[in-house]
Design a protein around this ligand. Structure first.
Ligand code: NDP
Length: 485
């Protein structure tokens, strides 16, 4: 399979190159080898994408919504048919094991295209009765050109989560992937055009943060949707606000998982494993602060250790047995490993892992710290790697206060067999996405997003349609118009 794309960018229905752009090498995280060579977008490439999107958006918006939906659903079918190749590409882009990518990336992208394909014709307004001869109705209109800026952990999924609702509403998309994982979004664009979307409806331009900034401030752009870190989110939000653009911000987290002593402990450990070690811990909604009630702390830690020792298979991501891959980049590996040192220096107990693996790949062990205190940096800062902090607690009241004591609010979870307590705790959580006796689900049918510094707006579900369209109100009078004079 050819990892090197035909060219760096996909604009107006075709691959486009401009070698004047800064070099952008794609490194396979499992070996450290360069597997593809691309170029960052020049101003000429950005201009080409904008012109193509502007032209195509008018054609796309004028199409019958049902027809737009059919095209999105066809794209979903093509993605499913090509799941194997797309999953291999996702593995090269990110290093995530094929065992994960074959069920979580192109498949969830296809779910989004299918779901919004089904809803495209359901983007409707309402009838508002007023006086006898007057009424109003509303219509939901597309915004125009939407810019998508992606993080590196789910390159296919992020491209689809943004483009599917945007396109369902009649917008065009210019998407910039993270420079760390530039490959997969190109395929999403290629498939959408192959499925029948007019050329220029979905464009991909590569680049570093400066390209994202140029797209964000282009006056032709109506909306910016970012998946990224909270500091970048604040910059992009501010730049978009200067031109009163719409935004969706899906940002970072430092989410709590609370495990009460009446919980099914094996299930709770599964939740903590999924919420810390899937995708080598590079998931924004991860429950990196695991609060365990004191009575079950020792059992929790010993079973966690046993399960990690017997269950984790680290190695070649293409091997279908492998269930724990490398970090996405050397930089991200160094960040995560530096937090292992910080945890040790701060006096937390290293209960499991903590080592980098020999070799050229960016591998480290899944790591568990116990005896973590709220004020430690490992408990406060987003690490975005496989480093779990276990904290203990006595009472519900105490743990809720501690769980909410963060500027971030993406997700939160609770394990308990007391149904009343479960709902009470979830009601008190300051988080956009909450879990009871499970963790880290993000299906397209339900809204996903954060509160506080974790972002604004929601992706997925019918909610996302409201963020990619705006309401026009129309008043209609059936009688004569009266005036005071
Ligand atoms: P960044 O915030 O560094 O970057 C996100 C995207 O924005 C990248 O495409 C980046 O380009 C681009 N960008 C950077 N600076 C600017 C700018 N000034 N103007 C416009 N665009 C810019 O995030 P990472 O890629 O490092 O991803 C990791 C972060 O993403 C984590 O903090 C994580 O929590 C968060 N995340 C949130 C999710 C959510 O749904 N809430 C999901 C997944 C991740 P480039 O990379 O080329 O610099």
């Amino acid at each position: 399979m050819d990892i090197q794309p035909k060219a760096s960018h996909f604009i107006d229905g075709e691959y486009v190159e401009d070698t004047a752009g800064e070099a952008l090498d794609v490194i396979y995280p499992a070996t450290g080898e360069v597997v593809a060579k691309l170029h960052s977008a020049t101003p000429a490439i950005i201009e080409k994408a904008m012109v193509a999107a502007e032209k195509a958006q008018k054609i796309w918006a004028a199409m019958e919504p049902k027809e737009r939906g059919r095209i999105l659903r066809k794209a979903a079918d093509i993605m499913r048919e090509r799941n194997h190749d797309l999953s291999v590409l996702e593995t090269y882009d990110t290093g995530k094991p094929y065992q994960e990518t074959s069920i979580a990336d192109a498949t969830s992208g296809a779910d989004a295209l299918e779901y919004y394909g089904g809803l495209a014709a359901a983007v409707t307004g309402e009838y508002v009765p007023l006086d006898n001869d007057t009424f109003a109705y509303t219509v939901r209109q597309p915004l125009g050109i939407c810019v998508g800026l992606g993080a590196w952990n789910y390159p296919t999924q992020i491209a689809c989560w943004k483009s599917a609702p945007a396109l369902a509403c009649g917008n065009a998309m210019v998407f910039k992937p993270s420079e760390t994982t530039p490959l997969c979004a190109l395929k999403v664009a290629e498939i959408l055009i192959e499925a029948g979307a007019p050329k220029g409806v979905m464009n991909v331009v590569q680049g570093f943060g400066n390209v994202g900034a140029a797209l964000t401030t282009d006056p032709r752009v109506a909306k910016v949707s970012l998946t990224g870190s909270a500091p970048t989110g604040k910059k992009v939000y501010a730049a978009a606000a200067a031109q009163m653009k719409h935004v969706t911000m899906e940002l970072g987290g430092k989410s709590p998982l609370i495990i009460f002593d009446d919980a099914d402990i094996e299930s709770a450990i599964s939740g903590a494993i999924n919420g810390n070690f899937y995708s080598s811990g590079q998931v924004c909604s991860n429950c990196t602060r695991v609060f365990v009630q004191k009575g079950i702390k020792d059992k929790f830690l010993s079973r966690m250790k046993e399960r990690l020792e017997s269950g984790v298979i680290i190695g070649d991501p293409m091997n279908e047995e492998t269930n724990f891959g490398p970090m996405v980049s050397e930089n991200q590996l160094n960040i995560a490993m530096s937090y292992v040192e910080i945890g040790k220096e701060e006096g937390a107990t290293l209960s499991h892992g903590g080592k980098q693996l020999d070799g050229n790949g960016f591998f480290m062990e899944p790591t568990v710290f116990s005896d973590v205190k709220d004020e430690m940096r490992i408990a406060k800062e987003e690490i975005f790697g496989p480093v779990m902090s276990v904290l203990d607690f006595d009472t519900e009241e105490e743990v809720l206060e501690r769980a909410n004591a963060t500027e971030l609010g993406l997700a939160a979870g609770v394990y308990t067999s007391d149904i009343n307590r479960a709902h009470r705790v979830v009601k008190a959580f300051e988080a956009g996405t909450c879990y009871i006796n499970t963790y880290n689900l993000a299906p397209v049918e339900a809204p996903f997003g954060g509160v506080k510094d974790s972002g604004i707006g929601r992706e997925n579900s019918k909610e996302a349609l409201n963020h990619y369209s705006e309401v026009k109100t129309v008043y209609v009078a059936m009688g004569a118009t009266e005036a005071a004079f």
